[in-house]
Design a protein around this ligand. Structure first.
Ligand code: NDP
Length: 322
């Protein structure tokens, strides 16, 4: 019976996930998640979606038999989960299996930003070392820094644990204080930025965090300030960040995520005090395979047991139809 279930995969998808989908379901492909590409046959048959985000209300409405959207990734801000819940459609994500990998990446990005390691490597590779002598001393250091984490969830805690081993004091801001966590809590992001000189954002995207890191927050961080973003680009006012970097409001920034990926604002590319990565937080073969397995396991569990393994909070109460 499972063989007959049609799963829509919009756009490029992880190879391991595609292999597993093809062994269990009937996979239907469209070029991108766009309701106008849905055919009459898809309208009749598709009961699930497996996707890297980008599922809006129009696409959900274009598929009347849709039961579940399995998002590949823990962040699901580009899936309209509220609309899915209203339509009785389950949404799942891939928490936990990527937490340690993303925390590792955050630490690498922080060190790259502060100690200029990518630029130092370029100095070696382009012959400057042999020609012009030693790479300059880095202006910044991790020593003596105070770190603030914006979004102390699964990944935020994993970053904090690593930074504890670095001997750095840690504070955080969430909407709610986390029980049982001894790090200093700030009820506002501004309060956190005033208390630290190094801000790591690992908060989710969405309306509640849109452009939360703005001129006021960057000014509060101060001229020795370092900002690292491993969460979502939408949480930052990128024009304000570029201005803060150019004007010395803060010292440097390390960014893995951008508001309009894969487009990176030219001002951030041109700035001498940025370290930039192409959204590789979880991007190892090992971790992407684990994410693929959890994504597909959610679909298999839904269609064979009638329950999802990792529902997002908005759709926790959605029940299987059959
Ligand atoms: P969690 O849900 O465990 O943590 C998110 C934290 O953010 C929670 O503690 C939450 O606390 C806090 N938060 C949410 N909204 C707000 C708000 N408006 N103001 C202040 N704090 C807020 O998620 P994960 O740690 O698993 O993942 C976090 C994010 O990291 C993902 O949503 C994703 O966007 C990003 N990510 C990026 C990756 C990359 O490749 N760069 C890879 C994986 C994830 P509270 O609800 O109390 O406010």
């Amino acid at each position: 019976q499972q063989q007959a279930v049609a799963i829509l995969v919009p756009g490029q998808f992880n190879d391991h996930a595609v292999g597993r989908l093809d062994r269990t379901f009937s996979r239907v492909w469209i070029e991108r998640p766009d309701a106008s590409l849905v055919t009459d046959e898809m309208r009749r048959t598709v009961r699930g979606i497996a996707a890297f985000g980008g599922i809006n209300a129009a696409l959900i409405d274009a598929l009347p038999n849709l039961e579940i959207i399995a998002n590949f990734g823990v962040g699901y801000d580009s899936v309209d989960a509220r609309h899915a819940a209203q339509r009785g459609v389950m949404v799942t994500n891939t928490p936990d299996v990527l937490t340690e990998e993303v925390a590792d990446t955050a630490i690498g990005l922080l060190i790259n930003t502060v100690r200029e390691l990518p630029r130092a490597e370029t100095w070696l590779r382009d012959g400057s070392w042999a020609r012009d002598g030693n790479y300059r001393l880095s202006r910044l250091t991790l020593r003596g820094r105070r770190v603030g984490i914006f979004g102390m969830g699964r990944i935020g805690v994993a970053i904090a644990r690593r930074l504890e081993a670095f001997g750095l004091p840690i504070a955080y801001h969430n909407r709610r204080q986390v029980e049982g966590l001894s790090y200093e809590y700030h009820g506002t992001l501004k309060g956190l930025a005033e208390a630290v000189d190094t801000l790591i954002s690992v908060a989710p995207g969405g309306a509640s965090t849109e452009k939360a890191v703005n001129t006021g927050i960057l000014s509060a961080l101060g001229p020795n300030g370092v900002f690292v973003n491993i969460g979502r680009g939408s949480t930052v006012d990128e024009a304000a960040l570029a201005a803060a970097l150019a004007g010395g409001t803060i010292a440097a920034a390390g960014l893995d995520v951008f508001a309009d990926e894969p487009n990176v604002p030219p001002a951030l590319l041109a700035a001498p005090n940025t370290s930039l990565l192409p959204h590789v937080g979880s991007a190892s073969e090992h971790t992407r395979r684990a994410m693929a397995d959890l994504c597909v396991d959610n679909l298999i569990s839904w269609f064979s047991q009638g329950r999802a393994l990792t529902p997002v909070p908005e759709t926790e109460k959605v029940k299987a139809r059959s």
